[in-house]
Design a binder for this molecule. Structure first.
Ligand code: NAD
Length: 241
């Protein structure tokens, strides 16, 4: 009998369309706290209390102080072998590989991934709450908190908050790639945040095989053809090799 990791690697080699869905767990080995794991709490606030339009309306300084702190951690972090393995798979598979991430940290791109669908935005972008202008801002720390647009209105982080809809074009790309995937690889996500977590069921309904890479149980395990219990940085390089 082949080990599940070898079996999955063979399936990936055979298949023409692979989708990898990643979450905060893939960046955990780079030292970036996940939302729900240890270190996910900041000054005793949960992300659900900070990453929302209501929290920002109530206290933009508090929310921006948290984002400024997270941007500082991300700035000091490096992509890990998990990110690099997915960039390697993209090189091997070309247009047959799509990476869909819930992460906003940009580490996939820094590892070399190019075909990245960013479902939850980008922590290095800001958007004006007044004039709507969007721009890249990579200053760490920000010189003024909360930051303001040249039009005078408050800027907000260019990320999707709890309760907000996903960017339409990114979502459509993710749905299309899910429908066409032969192997759907879920790495480092608790699969608790919808609609992203629903993509696996969509792929499965179209005949995709599902693989989960996570050190903990996830709600998708029951749907999965392979459940690889382990760290993304250890398991993913064995799939790309
Ligand atoms: P989550 O915190 O809910 O879950 C993280 C998952 O990763 C858990 O299932 C955990 O068991 C697993 N995990 C931890 N270490 C791992 C490792 N080394 N290898 C593989 N798996 C590991 O995060 P989520 O599922 O991404 O939740 C979605 C939300 O979190 C999104 O909205 C996303 O924007 C946000 N988020 C992003 C970042 C980031 O950009 N790095 C960080 C925190 C949260």
């Amino acid at each position: 009998m082949t080990a599940p990791v070898d079996d999955l690697r063979a399936a990936i080699q055979r298949s023409r369309a692979i989708l990898a869905l990643t979450g905060a767990g893939i960046s955990a080995e780079s030292g970036i706290p996940t939302f729900r794991g240890p270190g996910g709490l900041w000054r005793s606030y949960s992300p659900e209390q900070l990453a929302t339009p209501d929290a920002f309306a109530r206290d933009p300084l508090l929310v921006w102080t948290w984002y400024d702190w997270r941007r500082g951690i991300i700035r000091g972090a490096e992509p890990n072998p998990g990110h690099r393995a997915l960039a390697e798979l993209e090189k091997l598979k070309g247009a047959g590989f799509t990476l869909v991430t819930q992460n906003v940290d940009g580490l996939h791109e820094r590892a070399g991934s190019r075909r990245v669908v960013k479902l939850h935005g980008d922590i290095w972008k800001v958007r004006c709450t007044g004039c709507g202008a969007s721009s890249v801002n990579d200053e760490v720390p920000l010189p003024e908190l909360p930051p303001r647009c040249s039009c005078g209105a408050l800027l907000r982080p260019g990320v999707v908050w709890f309760g907000e809809s996903l960017p339409e074009d990114e979502w459509e790309r993710a749905v299309e790639a899910s429908r066409g995937a032969e192997v759907f690889l879920v790495a480092g996500t608790s699969a608790a945040v919808y609609p992203a977590a629903g993509l696996a069921a969509l792929a499965r309904a179209r005949g995709a095989k599902i693989a989960v890479v996570n050190p903990e149980d996830t709600p998708l395990d029951g749907l999965a053809d392979w459940v690889l219990r382990g760290l993304a940085g250890e398991v993913l390089p064995r799939l790309a090799g």
